[in-house]
Design a protein around this ligand. Structure first.
Ligand SMILES: NC(=O)c1ccc[n+]([C@@H]2O[C@H](COP(=O)([O-])OP(=O)(O)OC[C@H]3O[C@@H](n4cnc5c(N)ncnc54)[C@H](OP(=O)(O)O)[C@@H]3O)[C@@H](O)[C@H]2O)c1
Length: 275
């Protein structure tokens, strides 16, 4: 990032903390970063850890900001935007929202400013380790410069994917937003099975988690597609083939299809409720 705009985080919880950590690790000037929140302990922690500016007054931070990042819970967002809408109209910052389920149209409506530049993001929990997967959508008011700025900020918590259509954020919610839980469920099941087969719980967890990590790294780093990798470890007549056959017979693909569609449907419902 060449230019250092002032960034204000409205809400200083998990995701904001992770983004602040990422920005500071990338040598973003501390004094160009503000964070607000309700808990003084949390604000003190962020100020002492990262030497950024903190305040419990959203308006004080927003007045400084060229980039305003909303990182509050969905039910708090309307309150916060209402509190800041005159500053938003006057300063015209780039608004980045990591808030789940609130559309850019709803943010514009609450801010009473159809011209507001908004980048909406759907991230996931591994963002806390800066290993997240984030879908991004920019509304038509976002300039190419603002686009690049949003990208450079969100990259500090992992991999990003720009979307042309905002509705696709509901799919991102179903795939990578909720996704860590699907992999946890699979690891939980395999680990329980390993324990039943005679390994200790610690041994079962180590084998399961490290195998998942190894498989994910192969999928990321080998340059091969996932289907090819699976075929390569499924020798005809071998052990893996037996297990895959049982999973296919049990309808694993159909089950995942239904599960992911159910998650996407719920994301759409929640989005309508919040709007
Ligand atoms: N965590 C994830 O992995 C994840 C993944 C995907 C999406 N998201 C979305 O990202 C957003 C933030 O998530 P999070 O996990 O970072 O939430 P969080 O840890 O609960 O943080 C929310 C922050 O907002 C602050 N806050 C509450 N009311 C406020 C107000 N009126 N003005 C300013 N700040 C206020 C809270 O302060 P106090 O703590 O002092 O009350 C807290 O610092 C949510 O909308 C969530 O859905 C999170």
């Amino acid at each position: 990032m060449e230019e250092h705009h002032t960034i204000a985080f409205i809400g200083a919880g998990n995701i904001a903390g992770s983004l602040i950590g990422g920005l500071i690790a990338d040598h973003y000037p501390e004094k160009k970063v503000w964070a607000t929140g309700l808990s003084l302990d949390r604000l003190n922690y962020l100020r002492e850890s990262f030497h950024i500016n903190t305040t419990s007054h959203n308006r004080e931070a927003a007045r400084q900001a060229d980039i305003l990042i909303f990182a509050v819970q969905p039910t708090t967002l309307k309150l916060v935007i209402t509190e800041l809408k005159d500053i938003l109209r006057e300063k015209k910052p780039l608004v980045i929202s990591v808030v789940t389920g609130v559309s850019s149209a709803t943010i514009s409506k609450w801010a009473e400013d159809p011209e507001l530049s908004i980048v909406r993001c759907m991230c996931n929990t591994p963002a806390l380790l800066r290993c997240g997967t984030t879908g991004l959508y920019a509304n038509p008011a976002v300039s190419s410069k603002q686009h690049a700025l949003a990208e450079s900020i969100l990259r500090t918590i992992g991999v990003i994917l720009w979307l042309e259509e905002e509705e696709k954020l509901n799919t991102i919610t179903a795939i990578s937003g909720s996704g860590p839980a699907y992999f946890f469920l699979m690891m939980e099941t395999i680990s329980e099975c390993a324990h039943e087969m005679g390994l200790t719980e610690e041994e079962a967890q180590l084998l399961t988690v490290n195998t998942a990590l190894g498989a994910a790294r192969m999928a990321l780093e080998s340059g091969k597609d996932i289907r090819t990798l699976r075929h390569q470890v499924t020798s005809p007549g071998g052990t893996t083939e037996q297990a895959i056959h049982v999973l296919e017979e049990g309808g694993i693909r159909d089950l995942f299809f239904k599960a992911l569609n159910a998650a996407r449907k719920r994301a759409i419902e929640i989005s309508h409720l919040l709007g």
